[in-house]
Ligand binder design. Structure first.
Ligand code: NAD
Length: 274
């Protein structure tokens, strides 16, 4: 069943990387609130189909689109398919991301490049396509809408590692730090067009990306030293915050990063007097 509060009724939402983890939770959360959702995956079609099936089972609407966000032709095709199917776009959740960890001294160019390509260039390609679409549909509707509200919303999936340095993961931290300035700069550029751009920065969220930490009790206990709120986050914790940033409830919020981290960015090592 679709939930009682249909904040996104009739709106079309693309969630990149929604075959798993946080993206999957976002896709389901938006569908529960009435959105038509484009579920994107890059390699695991079965997992992408699971997300679509879950939405349809609850009475929602979704399509599955294969696209590698780091490839321009794939991204353009995904946006074309969205418009062909649903006729418009209202929200982009640019979520797809990955890690290829290695000590800096041993990191290969390939490991560096892959993470930058998916996590940062993927944002550029998807956000540019979304902004162009928002403007094109606004132009086509010229004069018919008298709303003061945003004509299109973008939420990027960053990480606490856009401000917390991360040894052994320099490609990932550099990509997320890059998202911070990319997000703020395009927000500044697109705000006059009434396009809102913001990001969320999750801390430790229980998804396949960090399974080796939360599935090992000793590592989980160690992780809790970094989280004042003393629990790992859930994909739903993130999805709810993402939905707020994509909704008209946050219409006056531009270029902000919302940390969803149980206090991880509060310098917990100083909680006992340093
Ligand atoms: P996940 O591995 O469960 O999901 C990643 C998703 O991205 C998958 O659906 C995957 O198919 C997709 N993806 C990977 N490469 C892609 C590509 N080239 N094109 C399209 N899709 C691609 O991990 P997650 O934890 O859900 O991660 C989602 C986002 O959240 C990432 O950007 C990640 O950096 C960010 N994040 C996660 C955490 C956490 O603790 N889980 C914390 C901070 C930020």
């Amino acid at each position: 069943m679709i939930g009682p509060e249909l904040k996104f009724k009739g709106q079309v939402v693309i969630v990149t990387g929604s075959s798993s983890g946080i993206g999957k939770a976002c896709a389901i959360h938006f569908a529960n609130q009435g959105a038509k959702v484009v579920v994107n995956y890059s390699s695991n079609a079965e997992a992408g189909k699971d997300t679509v099936d879950e939405i349809v089972k609850r009475g929602g609407e979704a399509i599955l689109v294969k696209a590698d966000v780091s490839r321009e032709d794939d991204v353009l095709a995904m946006f074309r398919e969205t418009i062909n199917k649903f006729g418009r776009l209202d929200v982009l959740i640019s979520n797809a991301g990955l890690q290829k960890d290695a000590p800096f001294l041993e990191m290969t160019l390939q490991e560096w490049q892959k993470v930058i390509d998916v996590n940062l260039t993927g944002m550029f390609l998807c956000c540019r396509a979304a902004a162009r679409q928002f403007l094109a549909q606004e132009k086509a509707a010229e004069g018919t809408s008298h709303s003061e509200l945003s004509i299109g919303k973008i939420v990027m999936m960053s990480s606490v590692h856009d401000i917390i340095p991360w040894a052994g993961h320099v490609n990932y931290a550099a990509s997320k730090g890059g998202i911070m300035m990319f997000m703020k700069s395009i927000s500044q550029e697109l705000a006059p067009h009434k396009i809102r751009v913001n990001s969320v920065s999750p801390g430790a969220i229980k998804t396949p990306i960090n399974k080796e930490v939360w599935s090992d009790p000793a590592k989980y206990d160690e992780l809790m030293n970094l989280i004042p709120y003393k629990r790992i986050g859930t994909p739903q914790d993130v999805a709810k915050a993402v939905a707020w940033l994509a909704s008209d409830d946050s219409d006056y919020v531009n270029g902000e990063t919302l940390y969803i981290d149980g206090g991880m960015t509060l310098y917990p090592e100083f909680s006992d007097n340093g």
